[in-house]
Write a protein that binds this ligand. Sequence first.
Ligand code: ARG
Length: 293
Amino acid sequence: MGNKEKKPFWLTILAIIALSLVVAACGQNNAGDATQGGEVTQPATEEPAAEEPAPTNLLETIKASGKLRLGTSADYPPYEFHKIIDGKDTIIGFDIEIAKEIAADLGVELVITDMGFDGLLTALQSGNIDMVVAGMTPTPERAEAVDFSDVYYTAIQKVIVRAADQATYTTIESLAGKKVGAQLGAIQEGVVTDQMPNSELRALSKLPDLILDLKAGNVEAVVVEEPVAKAYIAANPELVFADIKLEQDEAGSAIALPKGSAELVEAVNATLARLKQEGKIDQFVTDATNAME
Ligand code: ARG
């Protein structure tokens, strides 16, 4: 019978149709997130089921994701720095302890990304991180691009020189015509250009590179916040504080958050207020200072 010969052909067509349906269903299942298992009964265009309301602001988004993404520049002891703990490269410091407390208060996990200080605000603005805790000073220029928490710590600016040159570089004038280092994108760049107009600024992304330059004689001095200067001097006996007084030398540190994240700013400030009240920030600074080599 001719009929018999055609049957396999129709079966093939049916099989192809069935197969493409299954493939299409799988595709939908992979692309969507609301369906489970083989339950693909909704057309692709239908709106997802409204079980969980979409997060309305960054604070809610962070809570829903279960993660707080911290950006920092871990070249700034005792604020944030690398230390081998139990054979593992770990980022610690008082900024990190503060960030951990914020994450704990939000009930989420802290995820740390280490980068150059000059890349932090861009990363925050592009949504790659949720907050910056990096000894960052809330300047009016930065405040145009991001929101800032309350100030949680204040330090003064210092100049580091080689011990052998301590008697040579005693004034700002003595550094005229000399190269002075500052971290790229940091307010210390402005300290050099504003207060040492006759010196030549050398700005690098990572502070350890500037310290190497100073030790190698490629720069004559480096401007940095006092606690950090102390840390690098302690680790490098050939470096000392210069006896140079800078003006307008106080700089506060605050936490940077994306522009317009009022709820998150409020939550961060609540944690900072609690830590201040409990004397924890001083404790974190002491602990971090003790943890430095
Ligand atoms: N306070 C200075 C600023 O905001 C320097 C901060 C540098 N921080 C760092 N983690 N390297 O510009």
